[in-house]
Structures are given as structure tokens and as C-alpha cells.
Design a protein around this ligand. Structure first.
Ligand code: FAD
Ligand code: NAP
Length: 544
């Protein structure tokens, strides 16, 4: 679609990842005229941008896919137990083709401003291409992990070699063969890319500030019988995932780590370790709420690291000790720890002596200079709020979202924020979002929003807005539930701790995907309890 100077649509959707794609599909079915704005040149969001070597899903392929259309889930075949980024991107493109989504999408267009007019109940969006679009609904499907961040070292521009960020990996690929490469960071992106980069590089130096817990994925080619079993039981399995705690089916053990003998505990942890993947965190029902239970699991993984890494000093550096296991997103890897046994890989601890500067030839740590041909930033994202606050969003009375969220995000159910009528957030802060299988959470939000809009259309309503007092209650609840767990004790991006100056607030809702869905459904069934619904502005004025 080509840009026009000004347009009027029923709904403007920002983002063409899995959230924006499904939102468009649902709203079209309601007969709405929509336009999707996407900064990238194609669909897929996360899987469009994060093309770094080794990028892969940590939710099993059979579960990380849309469930809304039976033909779609039957016709698609995943080649591996855990799909790699290229295949997930292929899947996103397949869905876009099948549903003919691109004709309502405008690519290479970043939304820079969104202003609400309380007189007309309409949003006006402006883009970096100069487009102006007026829309009744503004739906932010902008992603929780879509604003990559790099640290601000002195001399950032001096380096004469190549620099990359995992979240903005060049589409043409990068050949690191025979190069001296640095990777900064040891989060999920680094842990996936390091083993692959190590195979190509002449020498790889990893700069680690905080070690992370990682579980082997045990990824394999998709077993045909396993795929078939899923495909024949999809309706039941999808329903179970929607009702579960995380949106991922992983056979959780519903008993405490403290309720079994040490021998039994080790056997269970070993079994989960051998099975691989995030199901390790479902070994017991209290790993993220009981410190002692957590300590057992954490020590188990530390011992695994000690047994995998030959050099004891390196193993000890890689063994996380500063945060409970699972309170930073648990990583899933293929041969991560074994990679440190390679002769061409060095681990540098930058916890006590941080990276001081970038130089023309590399990095400076204290007084030591390291020279590189390429530096890879695996330094994460301004998660959950960063993408939204980079858009100049103004609600009622010109209130800015950035100002409103200065002390942390405030939403009602993670779906809307008071003062910003008709603006919906897909997997916004205050919803299970990043703590879940995100496709399950995306579908739930999109369905709720589409049903809400259908409800409004049926009743000739024009405006919906979250009530501020209800929002306050929800924010309190989100916080209370978080502080019943061990999560807030970690300096994680869930807490905003990775961005200097960002308020320390636990942003996602940890109450569980199933119970959260129930709450959202009840709110809708009770006539959108906690929301104000209004007729068209002119009608409302005439009635006064
Ligand atoms: P995104 O996919 O982030 O899409 C948002 C889109 O909005 C982007 O394309 C962006 O360019 C666009 N956009 C943002 N702002 C603007 C603007 N102002 N104007 C125009 N366009 C804009 N989740 C899981 O459940 N399991 C996993 O294994 C998993 N692995 C992940 C691996 C990586 C490397 C990352 C970064 C995330 C991972 N996630 C995973 C989370 C992942 O983000 C979600 O699963 C899902 O893809 C999010 O879809 P989305 O549509 O909500 O957002
Ligand atoms: P991340 O988890 O935030 O990790 C960033 C890393 O960079 C951390 O190790 C951090 O260290 C380090 N870092 C940042 N600034 C630094 C500095 N100045 N000096 C040294 N080190 C610095 O980011 P990510 O790895 O991109 O992952 C983000 C999220 O995306 C994940 O948690 C996950 O939800 C998702 N993801 C999922 C997968 C998957 O398995 N499917 C893969 C990739 C990403 P500190 O910890 O000390 O801050």
C-alpha cells in the first residue's frame, strides 16, 4: 500500500508482528477498515528483526503458533522441535499470504505521534513518512521486546570494525569467518548466538557482567509421530494451554521441592534437565516462590555448569549466584556451556571492572585493551514500555503517556491506560505478556479487543476508557502478586533494571495466563466493568 497524505480509517494498528497481524485479521472480519503501520519492510516483528546466528524459539514449535484457525495449524509443518528464526519468519509470511494481510499494511513507516481528540473521539497518528491518519481506534501491537538498546560507552563512534546488535541483525547475514569477535552480554540472545559465532570466528571473547541460568533445549528434527499427536489433539491442547499458568504445556509437577527426599529431588531435576527446555522450571510448584526450593534447583544447574566446563575458574564465573533461578528469563541453549571448552573462546568478567570505553580497535576494560574485527551487542531491549514511550502519545487534555508512566507503567488489565480512550495495548505491561507463551497471550488480547469493539459497534458506542481508580487497583494487584514471588529480587528487565534511570517496577502480571483470561472474560461479561463506554461525542453533547 502506498502512503497517502491524510486518511481516515476505523482502526490504526501499529506493528506487524504476530499481534498486529492477528488484530488486522479479526477487525477485518468485523468489517472495519484498518491500516497497519510497520517500521520494518515485512511482517514477523521479533522474527523479522532478530536474525542473529542461533536465534530460536524457546517454546516448542507445536505450541508457538496461532491457534485461531484449524486449517492454518493443520497445514503448517515445523521442521524442528524448537523452530529457528528463519522458519518462524517463513511462518509469519505464510500467514500473511494466506490471509492476504499485506494489502492493509504500510511498511517502512514508523508511527511517531498519536493524539486523541476528546471532541471527536478520534486518534490522529503521524508517521516518519509524513502520513497523517485519523482513526477511531488506535491499537498498539508494538511488541514488548522491539526497542533494542546499546550501552552508552565513551567512544562508541570510534571503533573502526563492524558493530552489530542481535535485535537489528543485517538481513543479508554476516560472515564472521576468521574474525576476532566480541560478544557483549550473556542473556538469551547471547547464549543462543555464542555457540554459533564461536564456530565461525577466529577468536571469540565474551564479556559477561551477570551469568545466567540456561537449560539445554535438546532440540531435534520434528518427530513425525509427535507432530501427528499434536495435530490430532490440537483443540484440547490449545484449550489446556490457554487455561495454564504460562500458556506453555510442560507437565508441571504440582508438589513442593521440599516435600520429597533429596534423592527424589535430584532425580526429578535430572529428568527435567535431560528432557530440556523451560519445563525445568516446572520441576516443582514452588521454585519461584520459595527461596529454599529455588536454591536446590539453582545449585543443581550450577553443578551441571561445573561438570560441563573444563576450566574450573571459567565454570565458576559462568555459574549464576546473584539471583534466584527463573527470576531473570530462563535461557535455553544448544551447547552454550560446552562452547567455553573451545580453544578459540575466552570469557572476560566485567562485573567488577566494567567496560570503560570503545576504542578505534576494540574495547577497554580497566587498563586492558582488547582488539576486535567485530563487536556484537547482545545487550537487550528497553522492554515493555520503551517502544511506546518513544512514540509521542497524547491522550485526553494532551496528557503524555511518557509522563503518565514516568514512575512505571499504569494500565487496567494491561489492555488500556486511563486518559487514553480507544487506545488498546496488545500484551501491555500489567498483563502476563512476556511471562507467557506470547502467541497465547497475543491471541487472548486480540480476541478481547475485537470482541469489545464488536460490543461497542452493536450498541453504537464510540468511546471506551479505563477508569482511573480501577486502574490504580489493578496496578496495586499486579505489584502485590509480583512481591509474593522471588522475581522482584533480581535486577531483570522485567523490573526495568537493565535501563539506567528506568523506574524499578515489576511490569508484567504474574497471576497466570489462565486466571488472567478468566478475569478479562468476567470484566467483559459484566458490561466491561471498570471501563467507561460512551456514545459518539455529538450524541453525548446533544443529550446534555
Ligand atoms: P513484535 O514481534 O515485537 O512486533 C512489533 C512490531 O511493531 C515490530 O515489527 C516493530 O517494528 C513494530 N513497531 C514498533 N513500534 C513501531 C512504530 N512506532 N511504528 C511502526 N512500527 C512499530 N516469546 C515467546 O513466547 N517464546 C519465545 O521463544 C520467544 N523468543 C523470543 C526471542 C527473541 C530474540 C525476542 C526478542 C523475543 C522473543 N519472544 C518470545 C517474545 C516475542 O517478542 C513474542 O513472542 C512475539 O513475537 C511478539 O509479537 P508482537 O507482535 O507482540 O511484537
Ligand atoms: P537481556 O536478557 O537483557 O541480556 C542483555 C545482556 O547484556 C545481559 O547479559 C546484560 O548484563 C548485558 N549487558 C547490558 N549492558 C551491558 C554493559 N554495559 N556491559 C556488559 N554487559 C551488558 O537481552 P536479550 O538476551 O536480548 O534477551 C531479552 C529477552 O528476549 C529474553 O529475556 C527473552 O525474553 C527474549 N529472548 C528469547 C530468546 C529465546 O530463547 N527464544 C532468545 C533471545 C531473546 P546484565 O544482566 O548484567 O545487565
Amino acid at each position: 500500500m502506498t502512503a497517502t497524505a491524510t486518511a481516515t480509517v476505523d482502526a490504526a494498528i501499529v506493528g506487524a508482528g504476530f499481534g498486529g497481524m492477528y488484530m488486522l485479521h479479526r477487525l477485518r472480519k468485523l468489517g472495519l477498515n484498518c491500516r497497519v503501520f510497520e517500521a520494518g519492510t515485512g511482517v514477523g516483528g521479533t522474527w523479522y528483526w532478530n536474525r542473529y546466528p542461533g536465534a530460536r524459539c524457546d517454546v516448542e514449535s507445536m505450541q508457538y503458533s496461532y491457534s485461531f484457525a484449524e486449517d492454518l495449524q493443520q497445514e503448517w509443518s515445523w521442521s524442528e522441535l524448537f523452530a529457528g528464526q528463519p522458519e518462524i519468519l517463513q511462518y509469519a509470511n505464510h500467514v500473511a499470504d494466506r490471509l492476504d494481510l499485506r494489502r492493509d499494511m504500510q511498511f517502512e513507516t514508523r508511527v511517531t505521534e498519536a493524539n486523541f481528540d476528546a471532541e471527536t473521539h478520534r486518534w490522529t497518528l503521524r508517521t516518519d513518512n509524513g502520513d497523517v491518519v485519523v482513526a477511531k481506534y488506535c491499537i498498539m501491537a508494538t511488541g514488548c521486546l522491539s526497542t533494542a538498546r546499546k550501552p552508552d560507552f565513551p567512544g562508541m563512534d570510534l571503533f573502526r570494525g563492524q558493530t552489530y546488535h542481535t535485535g537489528h541483525w543485517p538481513h543479508e547475514g554476516v560472515d564472521l569467518t576468521g574474525m576476532r569477535v566480541a560478544v557483549i552480554g550473556t542473556g538469551s540472545s547471547a547464549i543462543q548466538s555464542i555457540p554459533v559465532i564461536a564456530q565461525a570466528a577466529k577468536h571469540l571473547t565474551v564479556f559477561q557482567r551477570t551469568p545466567n541460568f540456561s537449560i539445554p533445549s535438546r532440540n531435534t528434527a520434528m518427530p513425525a509421530a509427535y507432530e501427528q499427536q499434536w495435530k490430532t489433539t490440537y483443540p484440547e491442547q490449545r484449550a489446556a494451554a490457554r487455561a495454564s499458568r504460562t500458556g506453555v504445556l510442560r507437565n508441571p509437577n504440582d508438589f513442593s521441592a521440599l516435600s520429597v527426599s533429596e534423592e527424589e529431588r535430584l532425580a526429578i531435576l535430572e529428568d527435567r534437565w535431560q528432557r530440556g527446555g523451560t519445563s525445568f522450571m516446572a520441576s516443582f510448584n514452588d521454585l519461584v516462590v520459595n527461596q529454599q526450593a529455588n536454591d536446590y534447583a539453582a545449585e543443581f544447574v550450577r553443578n551441571k555448569i561445573r561438570s560441563l566446563v573444563r576450566d574450573p575458574a571459567t565454570a565458576e564465573l559462568l555459574a549464576p549466584k546473584g539471583h534466584p533461578i527463573g527470576t531473570k528469563r530462563i535461557c535455553v541453549d544448544t551447547d552454550y556451556f560446552l562452547t567455553y571448552n573451545r580453544d578459540n573462546v575466552t570469557l572476560v568478567d566485567v562485573a567488577k571492572t566494567p567496560i570503560a570505553a570503545m576504542t578505534e580497535t576494540g574495547l577497554k576494560i580497566g587498563d586492558t585493551a582488547y582488539d576486535f574485527d567485530a563487536i556484537v551487542f547482545a545487550t537487550g531491549f528497553d522492554a515493555m514500555t520503551g517502544t511506546l514511550t518513544r512514540i509521542d502519545i497524547r491522550g485526553r487534555n494532551g496528557e503524555s503517556l511518557k509522563d503518565k508512566w514516568e514512575a512505571g507503567p499504569r494500565t487496567y488489565l494491561g489492555l488500556m491506560t486511563a486518559g487514553f480512550p480507544n487506545m488498546f495495548l496488545i500484551t501491555g505491561p500489567g498483563s502476563p505478556s512476556v511471562l507467557s507463551n506470547m502467541i497465547v497471550s497475543i491471541e487472548q488480547h486480540v480476541d478481547w479487543v475485537a470482541d469489545c469493539i464488536a460490543h461497542m459497534n452493536d450498541r453504537q458506542l464510540d468511546c471506551i476508557e479505563a477508569d482511573r481508580a480501577e486502574e490504580d487497583q489493578w496496578v496495586l494487584h499486579v505489584n502485590e502478586v509480583a512481591f509474593k514471588t522471588l522475581y522482584p529480587s533480581a535486577n531483570s528487565w522485567y523490573m526495568g533494571a537493565n535501563v539506567p534511570g528506568k523506574p524499578l517496577v515489576f511490569m508484567p502480571y504474574i497471576g497466570g495466563v489462565g486466571s488472567y483470561r478468566q478475569t478479562c472474560n468476567e470484566v467483559a461479561a459484566q458490561g466491561y466493568r471498570g471501563f467507561h463506554l460512551a456514545p459518539p461525542a455529538r450524541q453525548a453533547a446533544a443529550a446534555e
